[in-house]
Design a protein around this ligand. Structure first.
Ligand SMILES: [Zn+2]
Length: 240
């Protein structure tokens, strides 16, 4: 992957209208619908990262935008899934294997429920890709080597057991990664991993950059973000 062909991958967490959202993790359902409609109007199709990676390998990623949801909030099943299906979009949902049926207890602030094993299964049955987001949601950069291996490999094994299919994708909690984390993800058998802000020198399937999409992103801001995102990598590419 070169800076000239970095695909656009959107990063979401919860899809809910909440009073208090100190970490800006929620996009209200109406706003999410507007954002998906914007993609469709532009002739873009939202797809899972597994699908996007296959398309990239075949040189057919034009017109595709990756859609991702981290943590596995119940609100994604309730509010995002119907909207995605209506538009025949798919997406990747990154699940914390040790918090299935629990809540976002790693964050300070409001507590939101995470999907049960049954609900994760419903997403998979609906054609969504299920990936791993570690066992307990730690920052992986600089973490002890044995813990790193466990977070990356055990979550993959647990989700594969739950779903009955191999798990191809990983998303680094907090986007936190270093060379050891990227190696651990590759060694555990994943095809790709999503980061957040990836340094240009690290661009690749083990560190796919993602674009944060929030509740303020209406059509105009979506368009501006898309242009800025492309421009950012194009500029880096010229400097490299
Ligand atoms: Zn997370």
């Amino acid at each position: 992957m070169s800076p000239g062909n970095v695909p656009m991958i959107l990063m979401y967490h919860a899809i809910a209208d909440v009073a208090e959202d100190p970490h800006s993790l929620c996009v209200p359902p109406d706003r999410f619908a507007e954002q998906m409609a914007w993609l469709q109007r532009r002739g873009l199709r939202g797809v899972s990262i597994g699908t996007l990676v296959e398309a990239m390998r075949a040189g057919r990623e034009r017109g595709l935008v990756g859609i991702t949801f981290d943590d596995g909030y119940v609100s994604v099943l309730e509010a995002a899934l119907p909207e995605l299906r209506r538009r025949r979009f798919t997406a990747s949902m990154f699940i914390i294997s040790g918090r299935i049926g629990g809540s976002n207890d790693w964050d300070e602030g409001p507590v939101w429920p995470l999907m049960s094993a049954d609900q994760v299964g419903q997403l998979a049955e609906a054609g969504m890709e299920i990936g791993s987001h570690s066992v307990t949601h730690p920052k992986l950069a600089g973490i002890d080597a044995a813990l790193l291996r466990a977070e990356v490999a055990e979550s993959r094994a647990r989700l594969a057991e739950l779903l009955g299919v191999p798990v191809r994708g990983f998303a680094y909690p907090y986007g936190s990664m270093d060379a050891a984390a990227r190696s651990a993800v590759r060694d555990a058998g994943y095809d790709y991993a999503c980061a957040v802000e990836t340094p240009t020198a690290r661009l690749g399937l083990m560190a796919l950059p993602r674009l944060y999409i929030g509740h303020r992103d209406g059509a105009a801001r979506m368009a501006a973000k898309r242009l800025l995102y492309r421009g950012y990598f194009a500029l880096r590419g010229r400097r490299a």
